[in-house]
Design a protein around this ligand. Structure first.
Ligand code: ASN
Length: 464
């Protein structure tokens, strides 16, 4: 299999820049465990993929390598396209999604902190899987040299994810990567993995043992809060078609409520920025990263001034904004009102999910199945199709992942797959997401491949 690797995942034989001037010349002395696993399995790594700087962004426009142009509709000539007609590939893993969409490789490694795998997958018309938090290793081989094989952004949220040309490619890569890595302290222990697998298989047996494609007894929840006013109306009809296809196979589809969803984005940006401000403190030009010597006429020449000089030159504007926001959220004055509140909201969001799932959480002490609950949730992956690259405006960029962030805060597996492009839309891809209980990757991939087959058989007329 040919695989591209996002440029925040360490590779020995290629640079790892994180799309940042800070790491422009960085060569990792080791491969991340995920890269080693891919190499050992015989995969061919074709190159590193562009991303937003340190994974911060939703449109892959914050990069020293320039923005990623969405290759959909013109896969071999995206860069010949007039600038005003170029669309974003989504972020932060825009390069990974674009490489798969353009047919350069059959899969790509990416990372997802708040939606960075699923949003680009949705915008580029490919499959994106964010696995359960802790399922795939983030560790490197020589952990005394650098803490992670994947360069940290926000440790309590970062996951290695997979982008594939179809569900089967994504699940093949998942099989290779989902092994326990004792070097990664956040990796789920073998017992937890076994328990999750047992629970998932037990609950899949309720419906997946029936003849293929018969989903009688599969219960699917549609979270009512995932249809905000910002949702483009053209998404509704393809989404309904997907629901209908599942109902035709016997599935019960019912509305469910995740009442704290509207707090997810605010909680995410506080928590992720706070963790980023602490993680990125190591890039001071002495321990790590670009070092820019102070000018000879500099007055104080204090270490603080030297750090600040290198950090000012090495980090881009978006990374600086997150460091400022995160540092503020962690100050004594703001901690209770921002950081603690965000953590409380995160717990409420987790509880929302746990209340609706039929499969018990393998990480919880009491594991009572909720018989009125659902096996999986289904919702649109994004509120719109890929924006034009020259239509970026400030706040909009932060609301792109409004539908992907909740599953990240809860650490749950989520799969985005393309819906057939509909005559009512603008001809650009749209994704639908399937979310499951922790460790239920097999379940969401099974539902995903049924949707994929149904959508492949859909004949729709394209608007252009
Ligand atoms: N990194 C991610 O998962 C994307 C998110 N939009 C962020 O900028 O934090």
């Amino acid at each position: 299999m040919t695989v591209a690797v996002k440029d925040n995942i360490c590779t020995k034989s290629m640079p790892t820049t994180c799309s940042s001037a800070m790491l422009r010349d960085f060569r990792s002395p080791f491969d991340a465990t995920v890269v080693q696993l891919l190499n050992d399995s015989g995969a061919t790594i074709i190159g590193k993929a562009n991303c937003d700087e340190f994974g911060m962004g939703s449109l892959n426009v914050h990069s020293i390598h320039g923005p990623v142009v969405n290759p959909h509709q013109h896969p071999s000539s995206a860069l010949d396209w007039p600038v005003r007609e170029r669309r974003s590939a989504g972020g932060s893993s825009g390069g990974s999604a674009a490489a798969v969409a353009a047919g350069m490789c059959s899969a790509a490694l990416a990372t997802d902190t708040g939606g960075s795998v699923r949003l680009p997958a949705s915008y580029c018309g490919v499959v994106g899987l964010k696995p359960s938090y802790g399922l795939i290793s983030r560790r490197g081989i020589y952990d005394h040299l650098q803490r992670w094989g994947v360069v940290s952004f926000a440790d309590s949220l970062d996951c290695v994810g997979i982008i594939g040309k179809d569900v089967i490619s994504a699940s093949q890569v998942l099989d290779v990567l989902s092994v326990f890595d004792e070097r990664d302290p956040t990796a789920a222990r073998p017992l937890t993995r076994e328990r999750a697998q047992e629970l998932c298989s037990e609950h899949m047996a309720e419906w997946a043992s029936l003849p293929s494609g018969d989903f009688t007894k599969l219960r699917i929840g549609i979270p009512q809060e995932y249809f905000p006013v910002s949702l483009d109306s053209s998404i509704v009809s393809p989404f309904r078609r997907v629901v209908r296809a599942l109902k035709d196979r016997g599935a019960t589809v019912l509305p469910v409520s995740l009442p704290n969803t509207s707090y997810a984005l605010s909680a995410y940006y506080v928590i992720a920025s706070a963790e980023a401000s602490s993680n990125l403190a190591r890039y001071d030009g002495v321990q790590y990263g670009l070092r820019v010597p102070l000018p000879p006429d500099s007055v104080t020449k204090s270490p603080g001034e030297a750090y600040s000089h290198s950090r000012t030159a090495g980090f881009g504007a978006e990374v600086k904004r997150r460091i400022l926001l995160g540092t503020y959220a962690l100050t004594a004055d703001a901690f209770d009102n921002y950081f603690l509140q965000a953590q409380r909201l995160r717990q409420c969001i987790r509880d929302d999910f746990m209340r609706v799932f039929r499969v018990p959480n393998p990480l919880a002490r009491s594991a009572t199945p909720n018989v009125a609950g659902v096996h999986v949730l289904l919702h649109p992956s994004a509120v719109r199709t890929a924006p034009f690259l020259d239509e970026q405006d400030g706040l909009d960029a932060y609301t792109q992942d409004v539908l992907t962030v909740p599953a990240s805060l809860a650490g749950l597996p989520a799969l985005s797959l393309p819906m057939a492009v509909d005559a009512g839309g603008d001809g650009w891809p749209l994704g639908v997401s399937v979310v499951g209980q922790w460790g239920c990757e097999k379940m969401i991939l099974t539902v995903g491949s049924t949707i994929e087959n149904a959508e492949r058989g859909t004949v729709v007329t394209s608007p252009g």
